[in-house]
Design a protein around this ligand. Structure first.
Ligand SMILES: [Zn+2]
Length: 110
């Protein structure tokens, strides 16, 4: 979640940087290739120190969007301090729930 072990694709993908705002903090969203966490391939990563979310480029557009929501949920839980009170798998469950809830809710006109 917090460590980036992927190849540094920052230079190559500089033009694709965009920003989202989570709790008033601007977070760079960067698409990269070959992301991994603890040696395992993954679809997204947060780097809290760098204020960055990395998204694996090689995935379908709809999962890319869900991955971003999922990583943004990790970021939100981290900033609120909730993440630190939960285990790794509890964090994953919370982020899956938030992603499902957000994805469902955004279909509705609020
Ligand atoms: Zn996760």
């Amino acid at each position: 979640m917090s460590h980036l072990k992927a190849k540094s694709d920052r230079k190559r993908h500089k033009k694709r940087v965009r920003q989202i705002e989570i709790m008033g903090r601007k977070i760079d969203v960067i698409e990269g290739e070959g992301l991994s966490y603890n040696g395992e391939p993954c679809l997204g990563l947060c780097n809290y120190d760098e204020k960055k979310i990395y998204i694996e480029r090689n995935q379908p557009p709809h999962t890319k969007s869900e991955t971003l929501i999922h990583e943004a949920a990790h970021y939100f839980l981290e900033l609120t301090g909730i993440a630190q009170k939960l285990s790794y798998s509890e964090n994953e469950v919370y982020c899956q729930l938030i992603t499902a809830f957000y994805t469902d809710l955004k279909k509705s006109k609020l």
